[in-house]
Design a protein around this ligand. Structure first.
Ligand code: PLP
Length: 428
């Protein structure tokens, strides 16, 4: 018997009470590869991408996947093959995306602290654009480009000072955030950029935050950016593209973000109303392309009843799934094999083995579990593996990419030898 898919996860369904992704039973891959284990659905990624592609149909637009959300090579390859560009924030990400087959000309380089070495690496690769975040960075980039006898294509990240109404750690477009240049300084800084011999001004960009579920901040930010486009072009500096960043939220816990195509219908209307329909559009979505395409499978090690709290101790931890510890984030947790309807549920805090009270994955979850049972931590495609660490000398999990009934191992489980390879004892 097939039951409807899990809310927000159209590619994950229960079939005969077993959780299945595409045509693959998750219990089988957990048995074959062990846990903790990340499993991604290629169809889910492509269907999230398709929502943006529908939104931009007939437009000159470039979707640059913000690879910080999940930078595993097998994931990057899916987006590179689908024609995406990439938003990168380090020389390391540049190397990854080139290794995965990304086209250099479709890469944009964001981030407040690019080093000269990273600038040289990106110029040599021939990336599409540097999203510059300060006046000082403009000067350094111009100098680095001139030394290579090049002109760096630049866009300046403008801080529109709108509140994205999300967690403070993932708000980036407010005055007091470290990102971008202030709206009121932008015109002057553009004039400075246009005067630098090593730069070629090509665009404008903004990114106001992440996990945004409300349309209003986007509409407000677009108005503020379009005001600047008019002012900058009015000052004789033509802009080829408008890059509106990423940030669209996903459904973690009954969240109701707009669909990408519906959101863009409203944003495109604003662009058209100002007469900019021929400008190239760029966006940098991360979470909304991969977040609900991935799960982390974990096994229950122990259940530990307590006076005030019961703990369900699993083999995944904050080093695999850092979002709850970092942002008090919610991930749904469901069984791989559904217990019978009459199975007694107990309320647990689901926690990992790491020696931190912050090592929790879900709080107050009603589960019917026993040691050896397996669970899926949902919505684990974004900002999990890419933020994973080796804390407590835990190896990072393996990763699988499911495509129909095919299962591809895209990352082997990290061993302790992998972890200590770069280290050495002091001689003598
Ligand atoms: N672009 C920039 C500059 C970012 O800083 C981020 C995330 O922090 C993104 C794009 C991707 O955001 P999201 O994953 O919320 O779409």
């Amino acid at each position: 018997m097939t039951r409807p898919s899990l809310p927000g996860h159209p590619h994950f369904i229960y079939r005969d009470d077993e959780l299945v992704v595409e045509n693959v039973r998750l219990r089988d891959v957990a048995a074959a590869h062990g846990t903790p284990l990340f499993v991604y659905s290629k169809a889910a990624m492509l269907s999230a991408l398709a929502a943006y592609q529908r939104g931009f149909a007939g437009r000159h637009a470039q979707i640059c996947y913000a690879m910080k959300a999940n930078s595993s090579l097998g994931v990057l390859q899916v987006f590179a093959r689908a024609g995406c560009g990439f938003d990168i924030v380090s020389g390391g990400e540049l190397s990854r995306v080139l290794a995965a087959g990304g086209e250099p000309g479709k890469i944009i380089f964001s981030g407040v602290g690019k080093t000269r070495t990273e600038m040289r690496q990106a110029l040599a690769a021939g990336i599409g654009c540097f999203n510059v975040e300060s006046e000082a960075e403009l000067d350094v980039l111009s100098e680095v480009a001139l030394a290579l006898k090049l002109r760096a294509p630049v866009s300046i990240r403008v801080n529109p000072n709108v509140d994205p109404k999300t967690h403070p750690y993932i708000s980036t477009g407010l005055k007091d955030n470290k990102f971008g240049v202030a709206h009121e300084d932008a015109l002057r800084i553009y004039q400075h950029a246009a005067s630098l011999k090593g730069l070629r001004v090509v665009g404008i960009d903004c990114h106001i935050g992440s996990q945004i579920t409300d349309t209003t901040p986007y509409l407000d930010a677009m108005d503020r950016v379009l005001d600047l486009v008019a002012a900058i072009e009015g000052a004789g500096i033509p802009l080829e593209h408008i890059d509106f960043g990423g940030g669209l939220g996903i459904n973690y816990n009954n969240d109701t973000p707009p669909e990408a195509d519906a959101l863009w219908q409203q944003l495109l209307a604003k662009i058209d109303a100002r007469g900019y329909q021929n400008k190239k559009l760029m966006i940098e979505p991360g979470r909304s392309l991969v977040g609900n395409a991935g799960v982390c499978l974990t096994e229950v090690l122990y259940v530990k009843p307590g006076e005030h709290k019961n703990f369900c101790i699993v083999d995944a931890a904050m080093n695999d799934l850092p979002r709850p510890a970092m942002y008090q984030a919610f991930h749904a947790i469901v069984p791989l094999s559904k217990p019978g309807d009459d199975a007694a549920k107990v309320t647990y805090d689901v926690v990992g083995p790491v020696c931190e009270s912050g090592d929790w994955i879900g709080r107050d979850r009603a589960l019917a579990v026993a040691p050896g049972d397996q669970l899926a931590v949902m919505s684990a495609g974004a900002y999990c593996m890419s933020m994973a660490s080796n804390y407590n000398t835990r190896g990072r999990a393996a990763e699988l990419l499911v495509d129909g009934d095919k299962v591809h191992l895209i990352r082997q489980r990290e061993t302790v030898d992998d972890q200590i390879r770069q280290e050495q004892l002091v001689a003598g």
